[in-house]
Write a protein that binds this ligand. Structure first.
Ligand SMILES: [Zn+2]
Length: 114
C-alpha cells in the first residue's frame, strides 16, 4: 500500500544526499535546521549559494529554521498533517516500535485474526 508515498518520501530523502554523492569539486556547506518536532536536518548547499532561512523538514513537512532553540511554529490547519505525515513519522525506529507494540497489544486484547 501507499506506493505513491514511498516514492515521494524517498525522493525527499535522496535530494540533498544524492547531490552530495555526485561529488563535484565545488565546496559545500552543511546547514542544520530544526522543525517544531525537533527533527534535525542538515542539507548541504554550494558554498557560494544563498542558504535559505527556512527549510521544509523532510520527515514531517513542517518548516524548519536554523535556530534550534526557536524552531518555526507549525502552521495551523496545515495540509501536511495528512496520512503522509503519519507515514513519515512512523519510519522512525522508536515510533515504529511503539506502533508495533500497540498493534500487538490490540491483537492480544481482541481475538487473534488467525
Ligand atoms: Zn520535522
Amino acid at each position: 500500500m501507499g506506493s505513491g508515498n514511498a516514492i515521494r518520501g524517498s525522493r525527499v530523502g535522496a535530494g540533498p544526499m544524492g547531490e552530495a554523492e555526485r561529488g563535484e569539486a565545488a565546496p559545500r556547506v552543511r546547514v542544520a535546521f530544526w522543525c517544531a518536532n525537533m527533527h534535525e536536518t542538515r542539507p548541504s548547499f554550494a558554498s557560494d549559494a544563498a542558504v535559505p532561512e527556512m527549510w521544509d523538514c523532510p520527515r514531517c513537512g513542517l518548516p524548519a529554521g536554523q535556530d534550534e532553540e526557536a524552531p518555526p511554529a507549525p502552521p495551523k490547519n496545515e495540509p501536511y498533517k495528512t496520512h503522509l505525515a503519519y507515514v513519515k513519522e512512523r519510519r522512525s525506529d522508536k515510533d515504529g516500535k511503539a506502533i508495533l507494540e500497540e498493534a500487538l497489544e490490540r491483537l492480544r486484547n481482541n481475538k487473534s485474526p488467525w
